[in-house]
Design a protein around this ligand. Structure first.
Ligand SMILES: C[S@@+](CC[C@H](N)C(=O)[O-])C[C@H]1O[C@@H](n2cnc3c(N)ncnc32)[C@H](O)[C@@H]1O
Length: 216
C-alpha cells in the first residue's frame, strides 16, 4: 500500500491525498465485493488511475480509464493565462494540442500497474455508447462543463451494477469554491432515487447504486 500511495503522490495531477485515499478505499471495497471492472473518466497523467489499478489488481479485476488525452478546456496553454497548464507536458508541435498519453503511460509503467489497466483513448460519451459490461465503480473526473459532466453521467451511470459506486470529483455546493457542473450531476444522481450517499471527502463524493429503475 505504501508504494501505491507514494506512486500516487509522485504522479502529476490535481487530486489531494485525502481525496485519493477516499477513492482508493471505495475502489478496494467495491472491487472486493463485486469483482467488476472499475471505470474512470479523465485519465490525465494517471494519478488517480494508479489507485483504481491497484484496487483492481488486488481483486483480480481491471481498471478502465477513458480520456481523449487532449486536456480539458482549463488545461490548455491559452486558458486563464495558463494557470492549469503544465508546461512539462507534451504539446504536439504541428497541431499545438496537448498530449498527456506519453506521461500517463510512463506513470503507469513506473508504478508497475500497466497490466491491470485498459486505457481507452477517445471521447467519453462515444466510448460509453459502445461499452456493454456492467461496472463496479464509475469515477467521473473528466471535463467540468455541463456538456461534459452531464454526458459522462448519462453515458456511464446506467452501466453501474446495483451495489456499485458512483464517485464524482470536484463537487462544490458553493459556486465560490468551484464550477457547478459536477455538483449538478451529483444532485441529479440523488434525485434519481437510485443513489444514496456513502461519503464525502473534500470535493470527492461517493454514492451507492441501489435497486430500482434508473432514468439518468
Ligand atoms: C481533471 S483531469 C483528470 C485528472 C485525473 N483523474 C487525476 O486525478 O489526475 C480531466 C481529464 O479529462 C479529459 N477529458 C475532458 N473531457 C473529456 C471527454 N469528453 N472525453 C474524454 N476525456 C475528457 C481531459 O483530457 C483531462 O485529461
Amino acid at each position: 500500500m505504501t508504494d501505491v500511495v507514494a506512486a500516487f503522490e509522485a504522479a502529476k495531477g490535481f487530486m489531494p491525498r485525502d481525496e485519493g485515499m477516499a477513492l482508493y478505499g471505495a475502489a478496494r471495497e467495491v472491487a472486493g465485493r463485486l469483482g467488476l471492472p472499475l471505470l474512470e473518466v479523465g485519465t490525465y497523467c494517471g494519478r488517480s488511475t494508479i489507485l483504481l489499478a491497484d484496487a483492481a489488481r488486488e481483486a483480480g479485476t481491471v481498471a478502465v480509464t477513458v480520456d481523449h488525452h487532449r486536456g480539458s478546456e482549463e488545461q490548455q496553454r491559452d486558458w486563464g493565462g495558463g494557470i492549469y497548464h503544465d508546461p512539462e507536458l507534451v504539446v504536439d508541435g504541428a497541431s499545438g494540442l496537448m498530449d498527456t498519453l506519453p506521461t500517463f503511460r510512463r506513470t503507469l509503467h513506473e508504478a508497475g500497474l500497466e497490466e491491470h489497466v485498459i486505457a481507452v483513448v477517445g471521447r467519453s460519451p462515444q466510448v460509453a455508447k459502445v461499452w456493454r459490461q456492467p461496472l463496479g465503480l464509475v469515477f467521473v473526473d473528466g471535463g467540468h462543463t455541463d456538456e461534459h459532466a452531464g454526458g459522462d453521467y448519462e453515458g456511464w451511470a446506467p452501466l453501474l451494477a446495483v451495489g456499485g459506486l458512483l464517485v464524482i470529483h470536484d463537487v462544490f455546493a458553493d459556486p465560490a469554491e468551484g464550477g457547478q457542473a459536477p455538483y449538478r450531476i451529483y444532485r441529479r444522481a440523488l434525485a434519481s432515487g437510485v443513489f444514496t450517499q456513502v461519503s464525502a471527502t473534500g470535493s470527492l463524493h461517493v454514492l451507492r447504486r441501489t435497486p430500482g429503475d434508473f432514468v439518468p
